[in-house]
Design a protein around this ligand. Structure first.
Ligand code: ADP
Ligand code: MG
Length: 245
C-alpha cells in the first residue's frame, strides 16, 4: 500500500463545539425517543422490532451526546467487550439502513479475547467507519464490498506516533472497502474535525474515532489506494495469554 497515515491527536478542537452540538441535539432526540417508545406499545409485532431499534439507537445517540458534553476529561467506563458482537450489531444496523445494497464479507478470528473497552463507543467508531466505507462505494460505482476482519497478533509491537515507544495492542480490527480510495490532498488531514469532502458530511467521524480509540489506549491507522481502503484499529485486550510478554 502506497501510503500510510497514523493517528494524530487532532481531535482536541472538537471539544469547543461539543457542548453546543450536544445542547442542540438533545431536544429533538428526546422527541424521537418518546415517539419510538409510544410506537413500541401501539404497533403490531413485526413493526415493534423497528420501534425498539429506533429507541435503542436514540439511546446510543444520547450516550454519545452526553459524552460529548464532557468531551475528553472523563475516563471511559470499561468492561470486557466481545468485539464480534459489536461488529455483528454494526453490520445489522448498516444493512438495514445505509448499506442495504452493499455486500459484507466477514473474516473473524473466533478465539479472540475480549477488548478492554466501552461497548457503545466501539459501536460508534465502527459504525462511522462502515458508514464512510459505504459512502465511498456509493459515491463511486454504487456496488462493492465491505470486509470486516479481526485478528489476534501475539507478539506485534506497534510504534507510537510521535514517540520512540512501542505498544502491545494485539487485537486488530480492519474495516476494508473496495471504494475509490482517499485522495492524496486530504490524507494528512483525515483525523482533523470538520474535514469533509461530502456535501452533507460533518467531518467528525474520523476525528471522533481517533479520539475514542486514543482514549482506549489504542491506535488507528488508515491505508488507502484506488480500489481499496483499510482502516485498522489496534486495541488492548483484557487478558494476555500466559507466557506472552
Ligand atoms: P465525513 O464522513 O462526515 O465526511 P469523516 O471524518 O468520517 O467525515 O471522513 C472525512 C473524509 O475522509 C471524508 O469526507 C472522505 O473524503 C474521507 N474518507 C473517509 N473514509 C473514507 C473511505 N473509506 N474511502 C474514501 N474516503 C474516505
Ligand atoms: Mg464519516
Amino acid at each position: 500500500l502506497d501510503r500510510q497515515m497514523t493517528f494524530r491527536n487532532a481531535a482536541r478542537s472538537v471539544s469547543g463545539m461539543a457542548a453546543i452540538l450536544a445542547h442542540e441535539v438533545k431536544n429533538p432526540l428526546s422527541g424521537i425517543r418518546g415517539a419510538a417508545q409510544l410506537l413500541e406499545s401501539t404497533v403490531v409485532e413485526n413493526d415493534r422490532e423497528l420501534a425498539v431499534l429506533i429507541r435503542e439507537e436514540a439511546d446510543r445517540i444520547r450516550a454519545l451526546v452526553e459524552r460529548m458534553e464532557m468531551f475528553s476529561e472523563k475516563p471511559i467506563e470499561r468492561r470486557p467487550v466481545n468485539i464480534h458482537r459489536v461488529l455483528e450489531h454494526v453490520r445489522l444496523l448498516a444493512q438495514r439502513g445505509f448499506a442495504a445494497h452493499i455486500r459484507f464479507i466477514e473474516n473473524y478470528d473466533p478465539s479472540l479475547p475480549p477488548v478492554w473497552g466501552n461497548r457503545d463507543q466501539l459501536v460508534q467508531v465502527l459504525l462511522n467507519l462502515v458508514k464512510n466505507a459505504a459512502e465511498a462505494i456509493t459515491a463511486d460505482t454504487g456496488s462493492g464490498e465491505i470486509t470486516l476482519c479481526t485478528a489476534y497478533r501475539h507478539s506485534v509491537r506497534l510504534a507510537v506516533p510521535g514517540s520512540d515507544q512501542r505498544m502491545h495492542l494485539p487485537l486488530m480490527v480492519t474495516v476494508r472497502d473496495s471504494g475509490p480510495g482517499i485522495s492524496e490532498s486530504i490524507r494528512p488531514h483525515l483525523f482533523e474535525p470538520f474535514l469533509t469532502t461530502k456535501v452533507t458530511g460533518t467531518g467528525l467521524g474520523l476525528a471522533l474515532a481517533a479520539k475514542i480509540i486514543g482514549d482506549h489506549g489504542g491506535l488507528i491507522e488508515i491505508e488507502s489506494r484506488p480500489g481499496r481502503t483499510d482502516v485498522l484499529l489496534h486495541l488492548p485486550v483484557l487478558v494476555e495469554d500466559e507466557g506472552e510478554q
